[in-house]
Design a binder for this molecule. Structure first.
Ligand code: SAM
Length: 260
């Protein structure tokens, strides 16, 4: 009987832990929607559009968190198949590998849960890997694509993360980075500053019950190198064809580059 009792406790515990992760995920997703007015969805669509995913590709999404970018890449690959119908053979589709790498196992667990909700629990195309952007566990020249969305700002040594991105990409492989950036338009900049410093921390407190984390977020955006400087860091890592596109006047930027 004591064994039976233990079992119930275990079950309760995993349910509790599950709830905690669900709460984290839901407030995380809601905060993204509220802070960006839902725009982060469009920004991520744009990122994946620029990547032009293809069946059979090996892709690495770093700081992949709850899988938001990876699921979009997965959907894009499979929509190629739907459009091309018989032109894409099943074999190359099944060879598609999308690695979601994140340093935080809790975020990955939420991502796996979300995969299960989409009927992708044991899907072989999605691989969840705990790891650090600064020291990736993937082979040299092994990836067709590398994405990092709202992640590189949190990395301690940006240069190391860029060097690792360059190392794991194949020749011809594409680097894409979506990040909160710098607004340089008069008046709009003032409005954006007001929003960042006054509104965001209050939203964090109200919705996530966490003012400090969102204050940190605003400060980390200010410290992140402006578009041009970040572009030269990407070039310094060895990349070619470095470009960037500002969205909403530079509130976010998508930097892209190729390893030649
Ligand atoms: N890419 C997701 C998105 O756009 O919704 C998640 C972005 S979230 C703001 C930042 C993520 O970066 C977190 O999941 C965090 O655990 C992860 N992260 C922070 N430092 C990292 C590092 N050095 N290597 C890998 N992931 C890291």
């Amino acid at each position: 009987t004591s064994f039976g009792f233990q079992e119930v406790k275990e079950e309760e515990k995993s349910k509790l832990v599950g709830n905690v992760f669900t709460n984290v995920a839901s407030s995380y997703d809601i905060m993204n929607d509220v802070m960006s007015g839902g725009l982060h969805r469009l920004w991520k669509e744009r990122l994946v559009g620029k990547l032009s995913p293809f069946p059979g590709m090996k892709h690495l999404d770093v700081a992949g968190g709850t899988g938001d970018v990876a699921f979009r890449i997965y959907d894009a690959v499979y929509s190629v198949k739907r459009r091309a119908l018989n032109k894409v053979d099943e074999a190359s589709l099944e060879e598609t590998q999308i690695y979601v790498c994140d340093i935080n196992p809790n975020m990955l667990n939420v991502g796996k849960q979300r995969a299960a909700e989409r009927g992708l629990r044991d899907n072989k195309s999605l691989v969840w890997v705990e790891g650090d952007a600064e020291a990736l566990s993937f082979d040299d020249n092994s990836m067709d694509g590398y994405t990092i969305a709202f992640g590189i700002r949190n990395v301690t040594h940006i240069e190391k993360a860029l060097a690792e991105a360059y190392r794991v990409l194949k020749r011809g492989g594409r680097f894409l980075c979506l990040e909160l950036s710098h607004v340089d338009i008069p008046i709009f900049k003032d409005i954006y500053d007001l929003y960042s410093f006054q509104v965001i921390p209050n939203l964090g407190e109200l919705i996530a019950g966490d003012r400090e984390s969102y204050q940190y977020l605003v400060e980390s955006v200010r410290k992140f190198p402006p578009q041009e400087r970040f572009a030269s860091m990407i070039a310094d890592a060895g990349f070619e064809k470095v470009e960037y596109e500002n969205l909403v006047g530079g509130v976010v930027a998508i930097h892209s580059a190729i390893k030649l």
